[in-house]
Design a protein around this ligand. Sequence first.
Ligand code: GTP
Ligand code: MG
Length: 395
Amino acid sequence: MWPSSKGTAAGRFWRHCSPPPAACRVCALAEPGEFTRRAFDNGKLDLTEVEGLADLIDAETEAQRRQAVRQLDGALGALVTGWQVRLMRALAHCEATIDFVEEEDVPADLLAATRPDLAAMLGEMQIHLADGRGERLRQGLSIVILGPPNAGKSSLLNALAGRDAAIVSDRAGTTRDVIELQLDLGGYPVTLVDTAGLRETDDPIEAEGIRRARARADQADLALVLLDQADWPEVPAELAPWLAREETIRLLTKCDAGQGASSAAVAAGWQPLSVRDGGGFDGLLGLLTDRAAALLSTGADPLLTRSRHRAALAETCDALQRARRWGGAGVDYRGCPLGPARARADRRARRCRGHSRTYFRRVLYRQVMFHVKHGTEKGAQPAPRPFPCLCDKQV
Ligand SMILES: Nc1nc2c(ncn2[C@@H]2O[C@H](COP(=O)(O)OP(=O)(O)OP(=O)(O)O)[C@@H](O)[C@H]2O)c(=O)[nH]1
Ligand SMILES: [Mg+2]
């Protein structure tokens, strides 16, 4: 038994080679994640760190592990706490401007002083919102293989996976559904997607497969468009939307047979490939790894890794934009978003009979400012009240 690192007074016992007795009232087996939940409940880990720990457990590649460790170490939490401190300071200044504007010691330009920081914060948050690398790294880069029937899509999937994951045959229209595989590409997680060959068809099952292929390709981060070298330069019109995208990789397949890749095809951006003799395969692997690194490498900056983070930050940006609209000269503060905070303060002031409302508001303002200064360090105890609250009887 040793002192708990979870912030509880509890200790842990190990009994060798013996399960806890069924009727024991004191011993209980820990639930999965129980110690982490206790650490969270007791303020030893914040929610982003708990999520980082879950990601670390689920990490399948080195890049995912690095990102999870960074989040577990508190990098994302520290970034958000920094924003929280700045927001609270701006809020305190706004409230002071509204409530104490007649007081001598409250500068008149307090509200104006917050505006540059609000604008800077909004910019920082928008940069983080626009950056999808953290979530992409958690979920894996999705690469879809597209092309007409018999172009060699399933053969390429099998070659990249190193096993016979999809059925290969010389009958056009063999693959009818979406087949997904998870791969580790140079330390980066990749979801590789094989699809039905794109063509006009009356077969309703094949048509459904083609619809799914298109839908999956629309969501993918990267498309590999395949064309049999024997079909060049007849490029089916169905491929046009994906060929128009700059990031699409064009592959001319089965270059071990026939004429191979003509110089005109290479000049048009088609890379020769043969999964039969391996020609062009290593080059493709290197290119895919480079693309994965470019799209997923995360550097030192903490990134958003979940839709929860994205939703919360988007909401904060909306609120900041509304706050900036309210911040003009000669503002009428009726209906301002600070209204609820004022109403709350008023309600509390009314409950404090025998004390002046102005004094109550002043105390509230100082408490907020004190919290901004002292109460935000990680793991710190809640800030002691600089003044006794007027709701306390002994004041
Ligand atoms: N010579 C040669 N044949 C290949 C190569 N790649 C695939 N093939 C053959 O091409 C035929 C079709 O291959 P698949 O991988 O099933 O093609 P697909 O694009 O998945 O076809 P569908 O699923 O019907 O759309 C098979 O007979 C493969 O053996 C290659 O690099 N060289
Ligand atoms: Mg196939």
